[in-house]
Design a protein around this ligand. Structure first.
Ligand SMILES: [Zn+2]
Length: 176
């Protein structure tokens, strides 16, 4: 299966690294993973590049930064940023499967917004390493923050652990 992702996602992760650890950090990461040039936002690249960046963050800095990186990326993807400016969280969630397919060439996303207090996000053939699962947790949290929606995110299934998909339950409302 050919797994590709838009350069905008990779650039988002590199932008996070630069914000956090400066240009030196960004250059170090690029050197360590063998990335020589900056990527064009709209082009597709092997998703291994973004996986390698996430592994680098985990190895060099710690897993806690991966969730933060996912949040940062969702805040910087033009299409989603544009959408959330005009929409509530439910609309963003419902449009997300289509947005996903614009950004990734592999896998698919299901969103269930039937229940008012809990939305479910399911990712099929999307995550191949644990670091990606964590980044997606950050994406969910970032979407809540961007739409100023109180809520918490819990990972309830994982493809890497043998489940059919990675599943995130998004509990809406203030924390109990
Ligand atoms: Zn997972």
């Amino acid at each position: 299966m050919d797994k590709r992702v838009r350069g905008s996602v990779v650039n988002g992760y590199l932008g996070f690294i630069q914000k956090k650890w400066g240009k030196v950090g960004r250059s170090q990461c690029m050197e360590d993973i063998g990335l020589e040039d900056n990527l064009a936002a709209g082009q597709y690249y092997h998703s291994q590049i973004s996986e390698n960046i996430l592994r680098w963050i985990s190895r060099e800095k710690g897993n806690e930064y991966i969730i933060e990186a996912g949040k940062f990326v969702v805040g910087n993807l033009g299409i989603i940023k544009w959408l959330v400016r005009f929409a509530n969280f439910r609309t963003v969630a419902n449009k997300f499967p289509a947005n996903y397919s614009e950004i990734y060439t592999h896998g698919r996303v299901e969103v269930d917004t039937e229940k008012d207090d809990t939305y479910i996000l399911r990712l099929y053939e999307v995550n191949f390493i644990k670091e990606s699962c964590l980044a997606w947790q950050g994406v969910c949290e970032g979407a809540l923050e961007m739409t100023k929606t109180p809520g918490t995110v819990k990972k309830t299934k994982c493809r890497v652990d043998g489940d059919p998909c990675c599943e995130y339950s998004i509990f809406l409302g203030a924390e109990q």
